[in-house]
Design a protein around this ligand. Structure first.
Ligand code: 5GP
Ligand code: ZN
Length: 114
């Protein structure tokens, strides 16, 4: 997927502001933060949208949430709280078509979300 921004980060072609990497995932700082802390948990495997998830991806998605939990704890946001968001397709505002979990923290979040 050479035309996919996040695949290019996974391959090392583009160097993001990396917070964590392992054999399954990258965690990067968002280039356009929507909160004092805003990171993206990105699986190494290219999956375009939530609509494309298959049962075999269950482990990957579980690992994405475990990484978000670990990140929030490491950054000191676990007790006060944080938000995780995965946008799917146009009406939700998805702009990069390789799934990613937003992790937002450091301010009060609104509900319902915009
Ligand atoms: P989406 O809109 O698809 O849910 O989220 C895509 C996110 O990727 C956005 O929050 C956007 O700011 C972020 N983003 C887009 N291009 C880059 C980039 O080149 N580097 C980083 N670190 N984040 C990016
Ligand atoms: Zn990709």
């Amino acid at each position: 997927m050479s035309d996919c921004l996040f695949c290019r980060m996974v391959s090392g072609d583009i160097k993001p502001d990396l917070l964590h990497a392992d054999e399954h995932l990258l965690v990067i700082r968002d280039i356009n933060p929507q909160a004092p802390f805003h990171a993206l948990v990105i699986p190494r495997e290219h999956i375009a949208t939530l609509n494309d998830l298959e049962p075999r991806h269950a482990d990957t998605v579980g690992r994405m949430y475990l990484a978000a939990r670990d990140l929030a704890a490491a950054q000191g946001f676990a007790a006060d709280g944080f938000r995780t968001v995965m946008n799917c397709n146009r009406l939700a505002g998805q702009t990069v078509f390789h799934i990613h979990l937003h992790v937002l923290a450091g301010r009060a979040m609104h509900w319902p979300p915009g």
